[in-house]
Design a binder for this molecule. Structure first.
Ligand code: COA
Length: 226
């Protein structure tokens, strides 16, 4: 995806969630400023040719990251990998480790930490799936995998992997249901996105005892995929 398309995909998430005035959206949503700086920095960080130029670009990326962190409280390192359509609706205290991977069309609320944890071989940062909704003040840490369409409730602490479509809450996190993030995540073309549609079909809350679906209330059983 081109840099322009990625920047547009972040902006379009605001439109999908109801923003109608382009100038207001651009000037009043600091989450958009943070994703914009991240997109440009990530592009320069990995694509600047020639070693000396790359060194300068990387230095400037880190300066830009620190500037936006001071301004918005949102820290998105240029090194980390984030899919199209990241939505950050509010100010601050969002800390993402440079080792984190985030999928497409995810939402991060204020106070979210996606960070490094664990010991020895198990030390690392999370891999977050597509269409994941992470509510306010949640902490997701360690070398774990968060499945597609997962909801992580407010103030939840997640240190083990979470299967697709699970709604997890509490500290330590517990699976409450498999209703998924469908009511929380909106993006362009979602009605026709085959991956989302397939997941939606599987997410019937009446059908949580179907094969392959972990029962709500059980520990989070999915094996780490790292
Ligand atoms: C997780 C969440 C998204 C709700 O998801 P949901 O699938 O609709 O879940 P429900 O509201 O049906 O709650 C299911 C159960 O989890 C519990 N629960 C929900 N959120 C919880 C939380 N953050 N912590 C602990 N328990 C929670 C409910 O009390 C309920 O318990 P019960 O089954 O014993 O009655 C929501 O509770 C949440 O965390 N919202 C915060 C969103 C936010 O940060 N908004 C700010 C954006 S700016």
């Amino acid at each position: 995806m081109s840099l322009f398309a990625l920047i547009r995909s972040d902006y379009r998430r605001f439109v999908a969630l109801g923003a109608r005035r382009p100038l207001k959206t651009i000037f009043f949503y600091q989450g958009l400023w943070a994703t914009f700086i991240y997109r440009v920095s990530n592009h320069l960080y990995y694509r600047t040719p020639f070693a000396p130029l790359r060194k300068l670009a990387r230095f400037l990326c880190q300066v830009a990251r620190k500037g936006i962190e001071i301004l918005t409280g949102i820290s998105l390192p240029p090194e980390c990998e984030i899919g199209e359509g990241l939505y950050i609706g509010h100010f601050g205290t969002i800390i993402i480790s440079s080792m984190t991977v985030i999928g497409k069309n995810c939402n991060l609320s204020q106070g979210v930490t996606l960070g490094v944890s664990g010991r020895g071989d198990q030390r690392g940062a999370p891999i977050i799936g597509n269409r994941v909704y992470i509510a306010a003040n949640a902490v997701v840490a360690g070398k774990i995998t968060i499945g597609n369409d997962v909801v992580i409730g407010a103030c939840t602490v997640v240190t083990t992997s979470v299967p697709d479509r699970a709604v997890v809450v509490g500290n330590p996190a517990q699976i409450k249901s498999f209703r998924g993030s469908f009511g929380h995540i909106a993006y362009d073309g979602m009605e026709k996105d085959p991956e989302r549609l397939a997941s939606l079909t599987l997410s019937d809350p009446q059908n949580t005892d179907s094969p392959g679906v972990t029962q709500p209330g059980s520990p989070m059983l999915m094996e780490d995929q790292n």
